[in-house]
Design a protein around this ligand. Sequence first.
Ligand code: A3P
Length: 287
Amino acid sequence: MANLNVTVRYSGIDFPGHLHTLQSLQYAQEFKFHETDTVIVTYPKSGTTWMQEILTIIYSDGNVLPAKTIPNWIRAPWIEHYYCKDALMNKPDHRILTTHLPYRFLAKPLKQSNAKVIYVARNPKDIVVSFYHFHKMANFLPDPGTFGEFLEKFKTGEVNYGSWFEHIKEWQKHSDEYNSFFITYEDLVKDLRKSILRLCNFLEHPLLPEAVDTTVWHCTFANMKKNKMINYTLIPNEILDHQKGEFMRKGMVGNWKEHFTQEQKQDFEKTFQEKMSGLNIVLVSTL
Ligand code: A3P
């Protein structure tokens, strides 16, 4: 399914038709979670792929073979992608699932389940920069225009996958309605080992010290960048133009400083204060 120029509008949000259909979005809304499922929830560019890799290795007790032989979208499929049903066929328990959907889409199935939900947040200025570069290489996303133009759309939520502000607010506002764990991209960058140990604790899946070492080592930016099963180089040029950029791009905190003008920074921070007031979350390097 290429559908590179198709956009699916569902519940007021645009989704790339390359990966979504009305049916696949409906399927997500009625998803049957298992008690042993772990769900990674992110707004795009927040560290989704990183968490997919970390959980894969934790659940294989430090064995890196699955991470090195199975593409991430098969081992941790997005609930809302059209191929999800097939990818989950015959999958045993302890499934790793991924979603970029807003909370309201999954509220009903999650409330009826005890699935473990990991929300990965990232400071939005780094997200918008990462998303902008991704738009330039992803032929299934609209042309982003200049960075300034894209930033304006990001602020108003007129981008694919909807508003970042609404996404994080909705998921956090309802976090007592599902089995939730909150972590940031910045936590992972700051102390990957500590983050992995916190995750093992939440997942009730302790690892031997050597397996923790392997997970930390394999999930460094440099090592993930080399892993074809996670760095998206398996995707043909027609879909992801590898001449225009790399999925594993910078992997750092604060890259926004090289993209925002002083005026854009002040303006974004004003929007942030307006939209996020009342949300009790500290996002490192947001300001
Ligand atoms: P940058 O574009 O800022 O480099 P997602 O998986 O949600 O689409 O997020 C992609 C972002 O996560 C990219 O950010 C990518 O480089 C970064 N990333 C992926 N794996 C990483 C790792 N091991 N360490 C640091 N950043 C990582």
